[in-house]
Design a protein around this ligand. Structure first.
Ligand code: SF4
Length: 477
């Protein structure tokens, strides 16, 4: 059989813009491809890359003629996946179509389109595909369970109401099939080291996953729901072997939360140092971990950690409690100081709530100054599709299909301020934040073309955000 694994193109202008700054390899598709062994054949079709993704997809279908087409992606890409599945059914009516990824895992009932998808996979795609292949090889039948759903089956609703199983050991230990993609196409904005010259702001980068899931329960995050509350980890030795095998200088840890198990992370850093592996790393960390074990970050600085993404969300006590962040503003401040003293480049994520007043936006402006220098990202609180809060908010949504707007920048809930004013203040946050990006404050010398790419990109993004209100019904403006 021939398998085609598809990463869909971006749908929202904000997501398309983000891709101009960070385009990571299709890691989920690479992991899932590891489940397909000879004599079966597999290709990855990464639609983020071509200028005309639909044409490219049709050409791939006509050239490769897959028997099975698997789609993945975020909730905001669901329409793109529907369109691609529709094309598949037209071009290759016999092909099996399967939808996996975050959207199908968290909100399977919203994916019940039997004319488009033969299967819906929730959670661990690697182990699921192994089961699908075995079932097709043995009986030429499609499997059915609460994990692998058939939208055309009478059992769909009952099975979809049950929880998906947690990721299996097979899923966490899968080796990504990087040979199926052109690694030179993937990059991430990085700011180099303080005072040094940087060859580029957009180095090629590889992804490495050391764990799946998170023991925390932040209200805006779907991770614990997807991982069924579990936190699964790879051994330090396996992680370091994988890093050592990669040609790229930069490594992005694509964990949901990397530093939770400080003992394991200490071992990984020690091994990287012992084995003299000289690379640079980007990772997400929680402030409570930083405060609890600052020495771990001293060690990681030595190992090459350069860029830390931190979800501070707010410097207001009540807000952090509302988001169930399990951290305090004092920890936010302390963690920022620890990381700034170690000269890490910081990405600070701060959250805006739809019920924000002008005063609340001014408070965030003050937080920018307090948390600088940093690459700032501002998100708008939205209940994730599939969660109880999402279902309870159903009557409040201000867009026809909230899933398609779910990118953490588009609000799906009504705003207290008129939308035009809300997004004006929201774009001002980005404008203020851009004055403190590490490239500027670190005085890193970068090629002029990269400097202009960031500058023009920032202006473009500000323009997109300021005009975002236009994507909603006029009554909300
Ligand atoms: S710590 Fe991060 S990954 Fe974990 S629940 Fe919170 S936002 Fe999600």
């Amino acid at each position: 059989m021939k398998f085609l694994l598809v990463r869909p193109h971006a749908h929202l202008p904000t997501s398309k813009w983000l891709q101009s700054m960070i385009t990571l390899e299709p890691y989920a598709q690479e992991l899932i491809a590891s489940a397909i062994l000879p004599p079966h054949e597999v290709e990855i079709c990464d639609l983020i890359l071509p200028e005309n993704p639909i044409e490219f997809f049709k050409e791939t279908l006509e050239r490769f003629k897959p028997d099975f087409v698997g789609f993945g992606g975020f909730s905001s890409q669901f329409n793109a996946n529907k369109e691609l599945a529709g094309i598949t059914k037209k071009v290759l009516p016999q092909a099996i179509t399967c939808l996996g990824g975050i959207h199908s895992s968290s909100y399977p009932t919203g994916c019940k389109f039997p004319e488009l998808f033969d299967l819906i996979v929730r959670g661990d795609g690697v182990s699921a595909l192994k089961i699908i292949i075995t079932s097709l090889e043995k009986e030429n039948l499609l499997p059915e369970s609460e994990w692998i759903l058939q939208p055309g089956s009478d059992n769909f609703d009952e099975l979809a109401s049950k929880s998906p199983p947690a990721i299996k050991r097979d899923g966490i230990d899968a080796k990504p099939r990087r040979d199926l993609v052109d690694s030179s196409k993937y990059f991430c904005i990085c700011y180099g080291e303080k005072g040094k010259k940087s060859k580029t702001l957009f180095p090629q980068i590889a992804c490495v996953r050391t764990s799946v899931g998170c023991p925390n329960r932040c209200s805006f995050c779907v991770v614990h729901f997807l991982a069924n509350g579990k936190y699964m980890q790879r051994t330090a030795e396996e992680v370091v072997d994988e890093i050592a095998s990669l040609p790229q200088e930069y490594i992005y840890f694509v964990d949901d939360e990397t530093f939770i198990n400080t003992k394991r992370l200490r071992r990984i850093a020690e091994l990287l140092i012992e084995r003299n592996i000289k690379k640079k790393y980007l990772a997400w960390a929680r402030v409570d971990t930083v405060c609890k074990d600052p020495e771990l970050f001293v060690l990681w600085k030595k190992a090459g950690l350069e860029f830390l993404y931190v979800g501070f969300e707010s410097l207001e006590e009540g807000a952090l409690d509302d988001y169930n962040k399990n951290a305090t503003p004092a920890q936010n401040r302390e963690a920022r100081k620890i990381l700034a003293d170690l000269d890490f480049n910081l990405h600070a994520a701060l959250m805006v709530h739809p019920n924000f007043s002008k005063q609340d936006f001014l408070i965030v402006q003050k937080a920018i100054i307090e948390m600088a220098p940093s690459e700032f990202a501002f998100t708008v609180y939205s209940p994730p599709p599939g969660t109880q809060e999402f279902l309870e908010s159903k009557d409040k949504f201000i867009c026809d299909d909230p899933c398609l707007y779910y990118d953490c920048i588009h609000t799906i809930l009504p705003t207290k301020l008129p939308l035009k004013t809300f997004y004006k203040y929201f774009s001002i946050l980005y404008l203020k934040g851009s004055a403190y990006i590490p490239a500027r404050t670190n005085k890193i010398r970068v090629p002029l073309k990269d400097f202009f790419r960031v500058l023009i990109g920032a202006i473009k993004f500000g323009w997109i955000v300021k005009r975002m209100y236009r994507r909603y019904d006029r009554k909300y403006w």
